[in-house]
Ligand binder design. Structure first.
Ligand SMILES: [Zn+2]
Length: 371
């Protein structure tokens, strides 16, 4: 055997050995966390019920319907649009496992982009799992990616062109669910998921819809509600009430020309009042120190403490950081406050939900008590 043939054989064997070692971790990402069917859940249906084209794809996902059986409006809550933003999907899970509808309906999609939960972002050092102490012991949740798994949608074009507007973004945004709305039935997997969600909003006549997100602490739109112009009145009054109760929450208008996002396209394509919410996850930022499950859950980071002292952040950030309890509590409190304002504005189509823990209780006792 010639020397270069021997080198090739050794390299191949080494590559196979590495593949063999990492394969279990890769496959493990297909195991989803368990979600409890809360006492208020009446039905669980696949998202593909709203668009056949999603059936048997990695984009299909569960839709939890909490129906009071009494007349009223419909509220939709999405978690897991971006699967590296855990306060969004853990908040959605907490809601569907606890809320009891008394008037109207609540619909929750906790894993909006289920494909994005099956991988992590390249070169970010993200954990594959996060966990907390829940009432039944330790409970884990998947930590995924911002975008659809390239195993399910590949390759990316050099430039992503938003179908409805012609807006041009970098190629990787083609797998970002929150740039794909209102979606296309004959588009990419991500556009199909977006299309199915918009069909759900139309078919179920969702009156008020939330998309729960997180962003890095240095991002200017943080601890904030981004509202479509028709939802701005509700978001503004809700944010004011939250601030009066000591819960920091700002408001931002949905930019008219930034296309493909839920707060813009849901409001333009349907009759729903669309609001997107952001809390701060230091593990997502560019200033972060070591990343790991603890950094995601405790939300502590020395680099962000230093950045706050230098006035580089838009939120306070001290040694206590931004723990997951506060981030989830902020999402839930903002949803509840927005529904309260909505009920006052539209008394003929109220949505009344009970047994949702308050912000103070979640912050003081931890969200694990309710999971
Ligand atoms: Zn996001």
């Amino acid at each position: 055997m010639k020397k270069n043939q021997a080198t090739a054989v050794v390299s191949l064997c080494l590559a196979l050995a590495v593949l063999f070692m990492v394969a279990p971790a890769f496959r493990e990402m297909n195991n989803k966390e368990k979600i409890r069917k809360g006492p208020g859940v009446s039905r669980i249906i696949p998202l593909s019920d709203y668009f056949d084209g999603l059936k048997n794809t990695a984009g299909d996902t569960e839709v939890y319907i909490l129906d009071s059986g009494r007349p009223g409006g419909t509220v939709l809550v999405l978690g897991g649009t971006h699967c590296n933003e855990p306060a969004g999907y853990i908040g959605a899970i907490l809601l569907l496992e606890n809320a009891i509808p008394v008037e109207g309906r609540l619909i929750v999609i906790p894993r909006a982009n289920a494909s994005a939960l099956t991988h992590t972002d390249y070169a970010e050092g993200s954990p594959q799992k996060i966990s907390l102490q829940a009432k039944g012991g330790e409970r884990w949740f998947r930590y995924g990616s911002r975008a659809t798994n390239p195993v399910h949608q590949w390759p990316d074009p050099d430039i992503y062109i938003h179908a409805g507007s012609g807006q041009r973004l970098s190629g990787s945004e083609t797998r970002n669910l929150n740039r794909a709305y209102p979606g296309r039935p004959d588009g990419s997997l991500t556009e199909k998921i977006a299309y199915a969600i918009v069909q759900l909003i139309k078919k179920e006549k969702a009156d008020l819809s939330f998309d729960l997100h997180e962003a890095s602490p240095e991002y200017p739109v943080i601890n904030a509600m981004v509202a479509h112009e028709r939802a701005m009145g509700i978001a503004a009054e809700a944010a004011m009430n939250l601030q009066l109760n000591g819960v920091q929450m700002g408001i931002e208008p949905s930019p008219q020309k930034l296309r493909g996002l839920s707060h813009r396209e849901w409001g333009d394509a349907t009759d729903t009042l669309a609001i997107l919410m952001e809390t701060a996850n230091p593990a997502q930022g560019r200033l972060k120190g070591a990343t790991g499950a603890r950094a995601v859950m405790d939300g502590r980071d020395k680099a962000y403490e230093a950045a706050a002292k230098l006035g580089r952040l838009f939120i306070p950030f001290d040694a206590a950081g931004q723990p997951i309890d506060i981030r989830v509590a902020r999402h839930i409190a903002a949803i509840c406050e927005s529904i309260a304002v909505y009920n006052k504005t539209y008394p003929a189509a109220r949505v009344v939900l009970e047994d949702i823990p308050s912000y103070d209780v979640m912050v003081k006792e931890g969200i694990g008590r309710f999971l």
